[in-house]
Design a protein around this ligand. Structure first.
Ligand SMILES: CCCCCCCCCC(=O)SCCNC(=O)CCNC(=O)[C@H](O)C(C)(C)COP(=O)(O)OP(=O)(O)OC[C@H]1O[C@@H](n2cnc3c(N)ncnc32)[C@H](O)[C@@H]1OP(=O)(O)O
Ligand SMILES: Nc1ncnc2c1ncn2[C@@H]1O[C@H](COP(=O)(O)OP(=O)(O)OP(=O)(O)O)[C@@H](O)[C@H]1O
Ligand SMILES: O=C(O)CCC(=O)C(=O)O
Ligand SMILES: [Fe+2]
Ligand SMILES: [Mg+2]
Length: 336
């Protein structure tokens, strides 16, 4: 079986220790061993009985982990039916944000074809929110953020067939840009394909290892055909950085770190490409003030939308909008 490079290196060190059981060299090696172990295993994942060493190392080094066939077809069919009921306006969900693609929203020609590109904040829809509490998902989430688990942000993305302006793309970004809470390593996203997702219909594209960097400055990309509201992108990411296209089948689920740079391509098919996702944070996380940071621009936009929609003033803070949305799904809500 193929082993990852760090595991191979560990094995070399251990073999070496076995052959030199005494003396200062041994102490030095042991020290290095623990030092190495801490950094390789301890930073982005926690001790658990679920992930294999290879899976742990993969997440540590790449910032994402793809688990095939995790969510059942039956569950996904139920989420899909619930989404379609929402689209047909058969049910109204408190707090739900329904988004249309900018090319459709700003078009004069198809006023009543209300194609929904995304619904956000479905925490008050028991059927969709079931996704966030699935034990299969939470078992994995716990490996990254620990036993106290808050569902902070929920989305069902229905990437529409591109209207010809490439607006169905999602620019490369880090999700942490939207989050005024920390620590960053105790946040993780679960993203489940609701059907075959490939390069044709706009799968996720990730820059492996980018989670080891810092939060970058985000802004609207300069796209000729327009860009969706709040779809900020990383200003300058290294175009030479290797890209990985995550082609997935129905039920496959990817867990990824909030600093991982990712985006998704244009949908060049006639179908609506569906995925469901939840961002989790530890119940021990805490809110931060983003004033004076690169996140100030998104705070400003969120506040403007809230003021327009709910006729509230400055009393509702960026933090409040998250504290209101957040739902405990396992363990204790300590400081969130
Ligand atoms: C809250 C933070 C999110 C956390 C995310 C975590 C990581 C995820 C990363 C992302 O997903 S980033 C993208 C997240 N996007 C959003 O959160 C956008 C949420 N969407 C909304 O708030 C509303 O859908 C929106 C303000 C865009 C539209 O609101 P309305 O339902 O009131 O639409 P309406 O039809 O009344 O149109 C109002 C104006 O918005 C325009 N509009 C509608 N949809 C748009 C769109 N998609 N893009 C750009 N503009 C849009 C529309 O043309 C119109 O412009 P004008 O005033 O110039 O006429
Ligand atoms: N208002 C809407 N906005 C965006 N997508 C929608 C909306 N209503 C339905 N959908 C999605 O669009 C796709 C096509 O919709 P629709 O159900 O009307 O056609 P269909 O599935 O091709 O045919 P059938 O009605 O026989 O199932 C489906 O994937 C559905 O989930
Ligand atoms: O295209 C997608 O489904 C992913 C979008 C995304 O990364 C996000 O909304 O944060
Ligand atoms: Fe994202
Ligand atoms: Mg249908």
């Amino acid at each position: 079986q193929k082993m990852s490079r760090p595991l191979e290196r560990l094995r070399v060190i251990i073999n070496h220790l076995d052959r030199h059981p005494a003396g200062i060299a041994r102490q030095a090696f042991l020290f290095l061993f623990y030092y190495f172990f801490f950094f390789q295993f301890g930073r982005y994942t926690l001790d658990n009985d679920l992930l294999t060493p290879e899976q742990r190392l993969f997440y540590e080094e790449n910032g994402f982990l793809l688990i095939r066939n995790l969510v059942s077809k039956q569950d996904i069919d139920r989420f899909r039916r619930e989404f379609e009921r929402i689209c047909r306006q058969e049910i109204k969900v408190p707090g739900l944000v329904v988004m249309r693609d900018v090319a459709i929203a700003k078009s004069e020609f198809v006023p009543d074809q209300r194609a929904v590109s995304k619904v956000q904040d479905f925490q008050e829809d028991p059927e969709l929110f079931r996704y966030c509490s699935l034990p299969k998902i939470l078992k994995y989430v716990e490996c990254f953020i620990g036993p106290n688990i808050m569902a902070m942000h929920t989305m069902l993305i229905n990437k529409p067939p591109d209207a010809g302006k490439k607006t169905s793309r999602h620019p490369m970004h880090q999700d942490l840009h939207y989050f005024p809470f920390r620590p960053v390593d105790r946040i993780v996203c679960a993203w489940t394909a609701m059907e075959t997702v490939n390069r044709q219909n706009g799968c996720l594209v990730v820059l492996p290892g980018s989670h080891k960097g810092t939060l970058q400055e985000h802004d609207y990309p300069e796209w000729e055909g327009g860009v969706n509201k709040m779809y900020h992108g990383v200003r300058d990411y290294d175009p030479e950085h290797p890209r990985v296209h995550l082609e997935m089948e129905k039920g496959d689920t990817v867990f990824f770190h909030p600093l991982l740079i990712h985006g998704s391509g244009m949908n060049q098919t006639q179908g609506f490409r569906k995925a469901i996702s939840c961002h989790y944070a530890s119940g021990d996380c805490y809110y931060i003030d983003v004033k004076g940071t690169t996140q100030e621009n998104i705070e400003k936009e969120v506040k403007e939308i809230i003021v327009r929609r709910h006729a509230v003033g400055d009393e509702l803070t960026f933090k409040d909008t998250w504290a209101i949305r957040g739902r405990l799904v396992q363990g204790e809500r300590i400081s969130m």
